[in-house]
Design a binder for this molecule. Structure first.
Ligand code: 5AD
Ligand code: SF4
Length: 440
């Protein structure tokens, strides 16, 4: 019999991407084969995100578009998982309006997917399986990783911070660190298999260790990971400014494998807005942190997340954000329009910013920040950088793309046999989002 085919559509953060790699591993153990083509799939899975409204709307749009396919191909199995499914409201929408969805599961019970598929195939009835908090059993699930040279590794799950705009603590549950020996064993195995780069994942990696019940910090974990043979680059995300300790800054500066890159979401430059967001630091604290880290690691690339139009944000508040951006000189940033997430504290704030103003500020934010990215990239002109070659460029077969230790995307000519290798590239062209050069 021909193998069944599956496809996974993933929305949202790296956490979700990595969960999809785990789902893929489970399905291939069951004999399923990957396809990019929905029309030839026997199983389509949507791994959803709830962080902003447009991610949510896109899922509903995609599901709506599948109605016809399912009508023509009744054996097609459609499953929806991820953060959206952790919310009862979203599950109810799917159950009432998208009746062609067959399986609904959450972020904590990915390991049960084979059982859920069997249950659906035996009964033909919609299967809903959600667990609120416990990710422990997922420890047994391996990942079918997208690349053979760089890998995500979860170090903790959930979040305890309750930033007032954010839905994550309500979907991914309370913060919980994985045991260090499990993490280190996983990375050792990756090193033995030839993986060169790992990214340690958590909603707030800086508070790693707090739930373990014994004294263990993120800095200590980095020191242990740094000793693992084969691994040449260590990245991590996301960091919360309130937990970026001196111990951690010291570790980043001392450890040779830890890359010169830090994603440090600031969200806003206004102290009033930061307070309303429950971020627990001020603009001044943040700038001081940046000064400390750039002193310890002079060539570090700093990126951030910024939200525009948080409830009550005035013109003055927004100007504080622009001022902060100019002072910090980011290398890159994810910029977001504030999106109301029902169930969060900010959703009930009375002083929502009108859409028109949000969009206008958003444009001014981009106009301010893009030239800064370019200015930061200019520092690379005529320099030689180490690049981990990742793939062939989508637009040109002779061009390869890869990343510097600082996370910059670089294009250069080369043969695809170099994929997965470290090469030295001399930079000859600089743009706001990419660098170009040639291998030396
Ligand atoms: N609206 C807009 N952006 C948000 N983020 C989280 N919640 C919201 C929201 N309700 C952004 C934050 C966070 C990133 C992952 O998504 O900037 O750091
Ligand atoms: Fe959301 Fe804040 Fe937790 Fe990040 S730290 S996941 S923004 S609550």
């Amino acid at each position: 019999m021909k193998n069944k085919k599956y496809t996974i559509v993933t929305y949202g953060c790296q956490m979700n991407e990595h969960d999809s790699e785990k789902i893929s591993w489970l399905l291939e153990k069951m004999g399923y084969e990957w396809t990019d083509n929905k029309k030839e799939s026997d199983l389509i899975i949507y791994n959803t995100c709830l962080v902003r409204e447009n991610a949510e709307l896109r899922v509903y749009g995609q599901l709506g578009a599948l109605k016809n396919l399912k009508r023509r191909k009744p054996d097609l199995v459609i499953a929806v998982c991820g953060c959206m499914m952790q919310r009862e409201e979203a599950r109810n929408v799917i159950l009432s309006k998208y009746k062609h969805v067959d399986i609904i599961f959450g972020t904590s019970n990915i390991h049960k997917l084979p059982q859920l598929i069997n249950r659906y195939e035996q009964t033909g009835k919609t299967v809903v399986d959600i667990v609120e908090d416990d990710r422990e059993t997922i420890e047994e699930v391996e990942a079918n990783r997208k690349y053979s040279f760089k890998a995500f590794v979860n170090i903790m799950y959930g979040c305890n911070n309750f930033c007032t705009y954010c839905i994550v603590p309500y979907t991914r549950g309370r913060e919980k660190s994985r045991e260090p020996e499990h993490i280190l064993k996983e990375i050792q195995e990756l090193g033995e298999k030839g993986y060169k780069e790992i990214t340690l994942l958590g909603q707030n990696v800086n508070s790693y260790g707090k739930t373990l019940g014994y004294d263990y910090s993120f800095a200590k974990l980095l020191r242990e990971v740094n000793k693992i043979d084969g691994i040449e680059r260590i990245r991590f995300m996301t960091s919360h400014p309130k937990d970026l300790s001196d111990e951690l800054i010291k570790a980043i500066s001392e450890l040779d494998k830890v890359c010169e890159q830090l994603h440090l979401p600031v969200q806003s430059g206004s102290n009033r807005v930061l307070k309303a967001m429950n971020r627990k630091y001020t603009k001044e604290d943040y700038i001081l942190l940046i000064e400390k880290i750039t002193k310890a690691v002079p060539n570090i690339a700093i990126s951030t997340d910024i939200i525009v139009g948080f409830p009550g944000e005035t013109e003055e508040d927004f100007n504080e954000t622009l001022d902060l951006i100019k002072k910090v000189k980011y290398d890159s940033a994810f910029t977001f329009l504030y999106s109301i997430r029902e169930g969060t504290v900010a959703a009930n704030m009375k002083n929502q910013v009108p859409n028109r103003i949000k969009h206008e500020r958003f444009q001014r934010l981009l106009d301010t920040i893009y030239p800064i990215f370019y200015e930061q990239n200019l520092k690379y002109m005529n320099k030689v950088v180490e690049v981990l070659v990742e793939e062939v460029s989508k637009n040109n077969d002779n061009v390869l793309t890869g990343r510097t230790r600082t996370g910059k995307l670089v294009h250069f000519e080369g043969d695809k046999s170099l994929i997965g290798k470290l090469v030295n590239v001399k930079i000859t062209t600089v743009k706001s989002f990419t660098l170009e050069g040639y291998i030396i």
